[in-house]
Structures are given as structure tokens and as C-alpha cells.
Design a binder for this molecule. Structure first.
Ligand code: NDP
Length: 678
């Protein structure tokens, strides 16, 4: 087979490796597979292309446009999945591993596409949180907004997930409107290259939105500005070196790091051998040790079990590990493939030897194991290795040494406090899991260990069928962790998009805030509606368009009729003396829901029209009781509009009910679906 010439994609052109390229090995055979790298790459031209061409094109799109773009990209990648699988076997990964890397990456992109449409506006500015009252009369207000960074995101990725590693950073970056330069780890960059080629060839992305560096970055990081961001995944050593560069520090360049951590799992003391939780625990640990041959940043490195269960855990885990067939990932029956390279293999064996100074190896012998369909001496194979540390309190290396392979250490605990303190000895991790059926144990771990871990994963018989696994970062949930894990955070839905945007506090009058945020703010100018707003389609409605209804008197007969009709005969509506004893009411009062119903009756336009449905009501507050003899009227204002599909969009209306003295009685936001065409 001819050697792969892995290219970079720079300033709109594919650039082949040159004489300075590094060679890449096939993880399964240990033979040369190809080469990547070109020291002559013009990194300044790449940055300029991203900043001057990619950035403006992306920023011209709204969040919804970008979300549609992500969906199309994910679909394009999905069409070429098989080619990505075929190429990925050479990284040592099995088909099950590909599902995590390739399908997981595409799935992450789809989730961002969907969140971009559902949770972000069809606009260029993201409104963060609620309006803050900064004045007594409401004439001066505050609002946080976020706008796209005007630079470029440089993504430096690890070797273990050549596709997911790229897409989990790329999806939030593009959604934020920021172009990316992706630099995968050289060892597996040929898979990333194919994924980038699929995306570029799809023609979906604007020019300059995505570039690729296969090989070294040169001095690119020294050319970044305060509008750029580096998002890094890899070793603590490289993270330290890159983030402490004077240029990065001097210019306060954002640096998000996600690095190796000593993730732990705790077996709850309720989960003794024989319970579904015990079996689940063994299954989860086995999966974490063997998936991707243990080369997962979230893999379980420390197994914390009650003293009384340690022997049973070792026995049950060993019984599973012994059945794990190791070898060529394309060979029949193989469950665990190779490490990514022979240099990684040396690194893992070196780290395992360090762990062995404090713990006894109770399963797996790197000098004596079988491989199927591959030459174990040539490929980067190691067997799963399980250690037992008898004195985890005195030990230090098992808490700070990550063997980035199928290596894990069992340790016993006395009580839950002890288990928590052992989990926290990792000094910051991406994830810790607890297998327990006792919610109180979960509560104690959450308060005792939360500060040390980016994610806490609880599982038991109730959730195990649908649970997603200790080691799976999900696009909806944050991924990252304190301390040793790098102190960074990625994903977590819209939170992940915010890393690529600048949050700005805006202060000003209601009109200023309304114009900037695209959301009508109480106190801003009301626009008179040219016709009843329910007769106007989605596009015709203006933000701030308002109607004021006539008043309606509330009578005792109304209250009694409503009580009888609905069955809500709560004493505050029916019994004058009892209502008076209640500190909230002057006497019998109208039902809040009666007022809402009357309000709907006051503002509705009954004929068939562009309003298709009332889909909800948010932030309802009743401020002042209404008695028989009072009257209410409604002000209804178009607050915000969000397109939903090809035919209709959501209109958010701000509704206030006031009484005959213009005092606020109730306030809420009404949601309707409105057709684009009348
Ligand atoms: P590295 O930290 O060496 O590499 C990570 C990324 O940084 C790669 O893309 C690498 O590129 C790049 N890089 C390295 N040096 C520089 C530099 N001077 N300037 C710019 N980019 C640079 O980690 P490895 O991938 O070699 O893995 C080593 C260890 O990292 C593993 O054994 C494991 O402990 C840990 N790791 C942690 C992961 C996690 O998710 N937390 C994931 C993977 C690894 P290149 O490949 O071209 O050198």
C-alpha cells in the first residue's frame, strides 16, 4: 500500500507534506503508514484568511443560519461514515470505538445544530440572562449580551479522537460565528484530514471558516491576538508549555485546556456483591478500561470500593477482562485494539511501572498475552492491567500517574468520607462516577466531591438501561474539570458556544436595550398596532407592537361561576372570613386563572388567522389581588420572535394586567406559533 501523504488545508488550498514531515505508523502493524507536516506552511496567511474571509462570512450569518449549516455538515459526514471507519482501523480502534469517535462526533454536531435553532435567536447577538433593574423608575437598565469574537479559534487536539475531538470543538465554534484552524495530533491526523475534506468538499462552509494543519503549527500561537482563542486537548506538559508562553499571557489570549486526569469511580457501600449495582459497576469499569484500549481522557483510572468488596471486585473484573480478546480491530471477535503507536505503548508501560511501585498487579502481564490477527510484538498492543493498592492513603503515584491505556487501580475505603477524600486525591478530574442505589450516598458525594470534578455520573438499577456511560462526554453537559484536568470547560450546550464569544454588560434606557437585544423591554416605546396583532403574520409583526384592551369588571357572580365550573372552591375565593384571616388577601378574591382567562378574552381576535396555537406561558406572577368590583385591562406587546420551521415561528408576547388604578395585577409572557403567511 502506498504511503499516505497527509495534507494541510491552508488559505483555501491543500498543501502536501514536505521534507520536514513526520512519519506516522500503523498502530496495528507497527509499519509506516504515511507522513504529515510542512514547515513552510504560511501560518500568517492562514490566520489572515480566517480573520479576513472566514470570520466576516460567518458573522454575517445568524445563529439559526449557522445551526442549519452544522446540520448539513453533520449529514455530509454521515454519508461518508464508512470511509472514515475504514481509515480509522489503522489507529488501533475497533468498530465499537469508531462509534464513539465518528458517530459520536457527528451526533455532537447534530445536537449543536438543534440547540442553535431552539435555544439561540435568529440573530447575531445572544442575550444572556434577564434585564437587571438599575434604577428606581426603570429608565436605566442592564442586560448582558454576547457577540462573536472577531478572530480565529485554534484547536489543538489529542490523538485519541481524531473526529469527535475536532467536531466537539468545531460545532460550538462555528455556531458562535468564529472560524477555526484545526490541528489534530499527528499520530492520527489522516482520519481528521478525511473528515475535513468531506466538510470542505460539501461546499457548505463559507471560505475561510475551516482550515487544517497536519503536522506542526510553526509559530502560529505567537501571532494570536485578544480576539483569538486556543482550545487544547492533550498532555498536561504540553498544555503548560503552550499556555505559559509570554505572548499568550501578555495578550490575555483565551486558552481552554482539557488534559489527562485521574478519574475515579466509587462503588457505594450499599452495592454489595449480588446486587444489580455491583454487576453494573464491574461492567462500567471493564468498558472504561478496554474501550479505545483505555485511551480516553475520561477513562476510569482509580477504582474505589468498600474494603469488604475489594476482593469480589478484583475477581469479577478479572473474570471479564480475561474474556477480552485483544488484537487487530478488524479480526473476528476482537474487543480491544491497539494503542495509537509504539511510543504510546512505551509510555503506558513506563507509567504502569510507576504505579507498580505502590500497587500490586493483579491482572494482565504485558510480557505474556495473546493477540488475535496481529503480531503482538510489532503493533502497539498491551493487555488490560489491573492493580491493587493496599494503602491508598500513603500512596501518591497512583493518584498522580495516568497510564493512558487499559490500566486501572483498585483501592479500598473505610467509609464514604474516606471514599470521597480518595476520589479528590486526583486533584481535579474530568469525571467521577458513583454506582449506588442510595440517593443519600449520591447527595454526600455531590457535596463532598463536586468541587474536584467536572462531571459526576451516578448510575444504578433504575437508570442503567438508558444511561450513557461514565466515559461519555455529552454535548448537553459540560466537559472539563479543575486542577489536573486543565481547568477548562467545553460543551454543555450553549455554554460551550460562549467560550467563543465575548460577554458584554450593556447599560442604558429601555429603548436602547430593546434595539440592541432584539427583545422588547418594559418601559421601551410601544408601537401602535396598525391592525389587531393577531391578524398580522409573523413577518409583519414588529417588536414593541402593542395593544391596550378595554377594561372588564369583575363581579362576585364571575368568581362563583368560575369556582363552580372548575371545581376550584379554595377558601380565598369562597369564604370572606377565612380569606380575611389570610395575610395576602383583603377578603374574597378572584382566581388568578379567572383573570388569565378574562385577559385572553379581552385581547383575543377570534377569527381564523395567522395565530396557529397558544403554546405556553412563562414567568407568570400575580402581584395584587383582584376583588369583586375591581376591573382589569390588558396590555399585550410583541416581545420577541423566533423562526421555528419553514412555515411558522414563535412569538413571545409580554402581557400585563392592571386594575382600575393602573396598579399591576399580573404579568406574564405568552407564547404563540404564528404563520409566516397570512
Ligand atoms: P501532547 O500534549 O503531546 O499532544 C497534544 C496535542 O498538542 C497534539 O495535537 C500535539 O501535536 C500538540 N502539540 C504538542 N506540542 C505542541 C507544540 N509545541 N505546539 C503546538 N502543538 C503542540 O499529547 P499526546 O497526544 O502526545 O498524548 C500524550 C499524553 O497526553 C497521553 O499519554 C495522555 O496522558 C495525555 N492525553 C490526554 C488526553 C485528554 O483528553 N485529556 C487525550 C490524549 C492524550 P503533535 O501530535 O503534532 O505533536
Amino acid at each position: 500500500m502506498s504511503l499516505l501523504e497527509v495534507k494541510s488545508y491552508a488559505a483555501g488550498k491543500w498543501v502536501a507534506p514536505d521534507a520536514t514531515a513526520r512519519s506516522i505508523e500503523n498502530a496495528v502493524t507497527g509499519e509506516a503508514l504515511g507522513r504529515a507536516g510542512n514547515d513552510a506552511l504560511d501560518v500568517q496567511a492562514m490566520l489572515d484568511y480566517a480573520r479576513d474571509t472566514g470570520g466576516p462570512a460567518l458573522r454575517a450569518l445568524t445563529f439559526h443560519d449557522r445551526a442549519r449549516m452544522l446540520k448539513a455538515l453533520a449529514a455530509a459526514l454521515g454519508k461518508h461514515k464508512q470511509a472514515l471507519y475504514d481509515l480509522s482501523f489503522a489507529t488501533g480502534a475497533t468498530q465499537a470505538d469508531h462509534m464513539i469517535d465518528i458517530d459520536g462526533g457527528i451526533g455532537t454536531m447534530f445536537v449543536y445544530a438543534s440547540k442553535g435553532r431552539r435555544e439561540m435567536p435568529d440573530a447575531h447577538i445572544y442575550v444572556d440572562g434577564e434585564v437587571e433593574q438599575l434604577s428606581r423608575d426603570g429608565s436605566f437598565l442592564g442586560q448582558h449580551i454576547a457577540t462573536s469574537l472577531q478572530g480565529v479559534a485554534v484547536h489543538i487536539n489529542a490523538f485519541n479522537f481524531p473526529v469527535w475531538g475536532m467536531l466537539e470543538k468545531l460545532a460550538p465554534t462555528l455556531l458562535a460565528g468564529v472560524p477555526a484552524i484545526v490541528k489534530p495530533a499527528t499520530a492520527t491526523c489522516y482520519v481528521t484530514e478525511l473528515a475535513v475534506k468531506i466538510m470542505i468538499d460539501s461546499g457548505i462552509l463559507p471560505a475561510g471558516a475551516l482550515q487544517l494543519v497536519s503536522g506542526g503549527l510553526g509559530d502560529m500561537l505567537d501571532r494570536l491576538t485578544c480576539q483569538d482563542i486556543v482550545s487544547f486537548t492533550g498532555s498536561a506538559q504540553t498544555a503548560f508549555k503552550l499556555r505559559s508562553a509570554p505572548h499568550i499571557i501578555r495578550n490575555s489570549i483565551r486558552f481552554v485546556a482539557e488534559q489527562d486526569s485521574l478519574n475515579a469511580t466509587i462503588l457505594g457501600h450499599d452495592a454489595v456483591a449480588g446486587t444489580p449495582e455491583f454487576d453494573l459497576f464491574v461492567k462500567e469499569v471493564h468498558r472504561e478500561m478496554t474501550t479505545k484500549a483505555g485511551q480516553k481522557c475520561t477513562a476510569i483510572r482509580r477504582i474505589i470500593a468498600p474494603h469488604a468488596q475489594v476482593d469480589a471486585v478484583i475477581e469479577a473484573l478479572s473474570a471479564r477482562l480475561v474474556k477480552t480478546v485483544i488484537g487487530n480491530p478488524q479480526a473476528e471477535g476482537v474487543r480491544m485494539g491497539a494503542l495509537v503507536s509504539n511510543s504510546q505503548k512505551s509510555d503506558v508501560l513506563e507509567k504502569a511501572a510507576i504505579i507498580a511501585t505502590e500497587a500490586e498487579r493483579v491482572f494482565g502481564d504485558p510480557d505474556n498475552f495473546e493477540t488475535q490477527g496481529a503480531d503482538g510484538g510489532k503493533g502497539a498492543f498491551v493487555p488490560p492491567m489491573l492493580f491493587h493498592c493496599a494503602n491508598p492513603d500513603a500512596a501518591t503515584r497512583i493518584h498522580d500517574t495516568e497510564a493512558f491505556g487499559p490500566v486501572s487501580t483498585v483501592m479500598g475505603y473505610r467509609d464514604l468520607d474516606h471514599a470521597i477524600s480518595l476520589a479528590n486525591r486526583g486533584e481535579g478530574s474530568l469525571v467521577a462516577s458513583v454506582i449506588t442505589h442510595d440517593p443519600k450516598i449520591a447527595q454526600e458525594v455531590a457535596s463532598g466531591a463536586g468541587a474536584f470534578h467536572g462531571r459526576l455520573y451516578f448510575n444504578n438499577r433504575d437508570s442503567m438501561k438508558e444511561s450513557t456511560g461514565h466515559g461519555s462526554p455529552l454535548p448537553h453537559m459540560v466537559h472539563g474539570g479543575p486542577g489536573r484536568a486543565g481547568g477548562g470547560e467545553e460543551l454543555g450546550g450553549v455554554r460551550g458556544v460562549m467560550h467563543y464569544m465575548q460577554r458584554t454588560a450593556i447599560q442604558g434606557s429601555p429603548d436602547i436595550l430593546t434595539q440592541i437585544s432584539g427583545k422588547w423591554v418594559p418601559g421601551a416605546t410601544e408601537k401602535p398596532a396598525p391592525a389587531h396583532p393577531f391578524t398580522r403574520n409573523f413577518h409583519e409583526l414588529d417588536i414593541g407592537e402593542t395593544i391596550h384592551t378595554d377594561p372588564r369588571d369583575i363581579t362576585l357572580a364571575d368568581i362563583e361561576h368560575f369556582a363552580e365550573f372548575t371545581g376550584d372552591t379554595f377558601y380565598a375565593h369562597m369564604d370572606e372570613d377565612a380569606a380575611k384571616r389570610n395575610p395576602f388577601f383583603p377578603g374574597r378574591v378572584a382566581h388568578g386563572y379567572l383573570l388569565l382567562s378574562f385577559a385572553a378574552g379581552l385581547f383575543v381576535e377570534p377569527n381564523e388567522g395567522p395565530v396557529l396555537a397558544n403554546t405556553g406561558l412563562d414567568s407568570l406572577r400575580f402581584m395584587k389581588p383582584v376583588e369583586a368590583g375591581d376591573s382589569i385591562k390588558v396590555r399585550l406587546t410583541v416581545k420577541h420572535k423566533t423562526p421555528r420551521n419553514d412555515d411558522y415561528g414563535e412569538v413571545r408576547w409580554h402581557a400585563t394586567l392592571t386594575n382600575q388604578n393602573d396598579e399591576l395585577v399580573a404579568e406574564y409572557e405568552l407564547l404563540t406559533m404564528n404563520a409566516y403567511e397570512t
